[in-house]
Design a protein around this ligand. Sequence first.
Ligand SMILES: [Zn+2]
Length: 121
Amino acid sequence: MAQPIRYREEFELQCQMCRDWWPVTLEFWRPNRGLARCLACHREVDRIYRTGVRADEARRSIRNYHARLVYYEHRNDRIRASDTWRKGHPESMKAYRRRYYLAHRDEELARSREQIRNKTA
Ligand SMILES: [Zn+2]
């Protein structure tokens, strides 16, 4: 597979693991380890193998690495979407909070007592 390369102010290579573009400098690449992964991803791979998992589990973690990055990239969008849904469904949220309070009554009481104590102290 040809290494994806582009020019934006300087030459950049695409890492095959995080799919991010990094300038072709020794800060981001280690030519002696090949140009498939950027330095940060090589460190991540090293970390995965250091944890002593089986080889197939390590390979799966490396394969899922990009999916995890995409997940965190869109995490705030999903949080915003569910906030919007909650604002649009006040009755559902009221019922949910009621159920939650009844299920966690002791913890909630302890928490509010703690808050009152901190406020008066
Ligand atoms: Zn990378």
